[in-house]
Ligand binder design. Structure first.
Ligand SMILES: [Zn+2]
Length: 274
């Protein structure tokens, strides 16, 4: 699984994260290089087949630059479980950013800069935890995560012996709690980045080690039934954001629900995810 905001050299969202951004192509190149570094490490550890998921909303993998040993899952719509099934042995997550409101996180958000908090069965999770749960549904452990330092710490809090590759560190301290989505997007763009080549060296090494340690690293899992609560940021400063709840016995069905921000804005509360 790949994302863009946690890649070394990706500095902000507006310039790097969307096709309208002046450095979007640079960001795609940086993201693809980090994915390639992980692929090289996985191959060193014996991987025979690799599927790369282009997980960033607008896409962040350049197929021309992608390692020829990997297949690419790209295009939209793209939903959980992102092509994963029981035939996979391990998952790795590249370019991960920390969840919404993380102290010291760089470009922290959970699916959207509009989301204040997401919990499943009372546990606060970001995209990282949701992706790990989705893979764990098929018994697949996530063995390695790269991204900003706070995202790596988020991974270690869920799976204490997971391999991590911190490639940058946000330097602003404090949480974005209570800010609007637009304010949150701009909250912490300042970070110290590894040089892209150094970031790739670290990712290659940690991905290799993660797969080598496959038998030791257990999947992050929560038992059903599930209740997901998603709280949106206030649309105006000083207001309260809307809250939605979704319940399901199936983690994949549950995880497919929080993308429906328009419905959340209308204030739905539902026992299903339709
Ligand atoms: Zn992204």
């Amino acid at each position: 699984m790949t994302d863009l905001e946690g890649v070394a050299g990706v500095i902000n969202f507006d310039d790097y994260g969307t096709p309208k951004g002046r450095y979007y192509e640079t960001a795609r190149e940086l993201t693809t290089n980090e994915a390639n570094a992980a692929i090289e490490g996985l191959i060193e550890a014996g991987a025979k087949e690799i599927l790369v998921v282009d997980g960033h909303g607008h896409g962040a993998i350049n197929p021309l630059l992608l390692h020829p040993s990997a297949k690419l899952l790209s295009g939209r719509p793209l939903k959980y479980p992102f092509g994963c099934d029981r035939s996979f042995d391990a998952a790795v997550i590249i370019g991960q950013h920390a969840k919404s409101n993380t102290d010291g996180g760089h470009l922290s958000h959970t699916f959207s800069f509009e989301v204040e908090e997401l919990t499943i069965n009372g546990i606060s999770l970001g995209e990282l935890g949701c992706n790990m749960l989705s893979a764990a549904y098929f018994g697949v452990p996530t063995v390695m995560v790269s991204g900003d330092k706070a995202a790596c710490e988020e991974a270690l809090a869920l799976v204490p012996n997971i391999e991590v590759a911190p490639v940058k560190e946000g330097i602003k301290r404090g949480s974005a709690v209570g800010l609007t989505g637009e304010q949150n997007k701009l909250f912490n763009e300042a970070a110290i980045h590894l040089h892209p080549e150094k970031a790739c060296e670290l990712i290659r090494e940690r991905a290799r080690r993660g797969l080598e340690r496959l038998s030791e690293i257990k999947p992050f899992w929560l038992d059903p039934p599930y209740e997901l609560i998603i709280k949106l940021r206030p649309e105006k400063e000083g207001k309260t954001g809307r809250i939605a709840k979704v319940r399901s016995k199936d983690i994949l069905e549950l995880l497919r629900a929080p993308r429906k921000y328009k419905r959340i804005k209308e204030g739905f509360e539902s026992n299903d995810t339709s």
